[in-house]
Ligand binder design. Structure first.
Ligand SMILES: NC(=O)c1ccc[n+]([C@@H]2O[C@H](COP(=O)([O-])OP(=O)(O)OC[C@H]3O[C@@H](n4cnc5c(N)ncnc54)[C@H](OP(=O)(O)O)[C@@H]3O)[C@@H](O)[C@H]2O)c1
Length: 345
């Protein structure tokens, strides 16, 4: 097969020292894979909240004036470099979020290996990655579904199963209906747990019920939503909480926790400041873990679970490659449930 030499590639480009940042499409070379590298034809990518921060210039992208955005993408391996043994041409794969985090505890260099951040990401027709930086996809997962997983899916998995200890019958609390929370809901249902989810919109709560949420709470109508969580759990609270809201939601999340429960500190949709409610956490014998996506081993465990339980990640809408800037606007507007995907032609 003759490999393409050029492609259409999106870049977030900074003008001057401080921006503004713009998303633009340009011709770029396709780099042939070197030793232990693979060339992936990307078929689908998905957006995460961080990608909006990258576009605003509010996310670390190293000392560079431009970056190919998006950590998440799936496609086919169309060429391999010398010495590649993990994968082969024709394999369907997704890139892993931290290219340098394969398993176990993260080394310091892991944080500088994020696709779509310190490293060029997936909003590209072709990407050249280390053979270590991809995972093989289950046969019944579409590229669009697989593209939702590297960041949001692995984060939800890590929170519930690697750092959390989710058991069948446990109550899981999910905040809002964005990427991490909806994947968390689907994983909790598949694990035989009882998910409770919050949203600002009743229509989205109906969609969550259809996916298996046993309790739904409108957090706008119920600002002290821990009371609803307590009511829905006979006073006990939730054993596992994926805390994506940050400053304004953490006190409510802590007040929703069951004795011996676990809170995964994940996000800052309302900001990253605030006090740690020390006494209630001690009183609950709680475990709190800060987590940043996860390793390749987490991703592979997630894929095994998804294949075993036939989980189909929710793709709210698919945007064509030529409309990628529109996908960022939809993300900013919050008018979606689960994930926004870009199909790459
Ligand atoms: N630590 C990590 O590894 C990691 C990984 C992924 C994401 N994150 C962070 O986690 C957060 C969620 O990420 P995401 O990609 O899932 O976001 P997302 O898909 O953009 O989720 C947006 C949704 O969050 C909900 N939301 C907004 N404000 C809320 C509030 N005050 N209370 C409850 N829900 C609220 C809204 O749901 P409704 O429309 O239903 O109200 C909104 O639609 C972000 O801060 C992101 O940066 C961290």
């Amino acid at each position: 097969m003759t490999l393409p030499s050029t492609q259409k590639q999106y870049r977030v480009v900074r003008s001057g020292d401080h921006g503004p940042f713009t998303l633009s499409l340009a011709d770029a070379p396709v780099r042939a894979p070197g030793e232990h590298e693979v060339l992936v034809k990307v078929h689908a990518t998905s957006l995460n909240r961080r990608d909006v921060f990258v576009l605003r210039g509010q996310y670390p992208v190293g000392n560079r004036n431009s970056v190919v955005p998006l950590s998440d993408g799936a496609g086919d391996i169309i060429a391999v470099g010398r010495g590649v043994t993990r994968v082969r041409v024709g394999d369907r794969v997704a890139g892993i979020f931290f290219q340098a985090w394969l398993s176990g505890r993260p080394d310091p260099q892991v944080l500088s290996s994020a696709l779509g951040g310190q490293l060029d990401g997936m909003l590209s027709q072709y990407v050249t990655l280390s053979e270590q930086g991809v995972v093989k996809l289950p046969a019944d997962l579409t590229y669009e579904q697989a593209a939702t997983l590297p960041c949001a899916g692995v984060t939800a998995w890590n929170g519930l199963f690697t750092r959390g200890r989710l058991q069948p019958g446990d109550t899981v609390l999910l905040e809002g209906t964005g990427g991490v929370s909806v994947l968390g809901l689907q994983l909790a249902v598949a694990a035989g747990a009882k998910p409770i989810i919050t949203s600002s919109q009743d229509g989205k709560l109906e969609r969550a019920r259809a996916l298996g949420a046993v309790g739904t709470i409108n957090y706008k109508k119920n600002p002290d939503w821990e009371k609803e969580v307590r009511a829905l759990t006979g006073g006990l609270g939730a054993q596992e909480i994926l805390e994506v809201g940050g400053k304004d939601t953490l006190p409510h999340a802590v007040a929703s926790l069951a004795p011996g429960g676990h809170i995964a500190l994940i996000g800052g949709l309302t900001g990253f400041g605030g006090d740690v409610p020390v006494m209630p956490l001690i009183g609950a014998n709680a475990t709190v873990s800060g987590l940043y996506v996860g390793s390749r081993a987490d991703f592979e465990a997630l894929l095994d679970f998804i294949a075993k339980h036939h989980v189909k990640p929710v793709v709210d809408r698919v945007v064509p490659y030529s409309d990628a800037p529109q996908a960022f606007k939809l993300m900013e507007a919050g008018e979606f449930f689960g994930k926004i995907v870009i199909r790459v032609q």
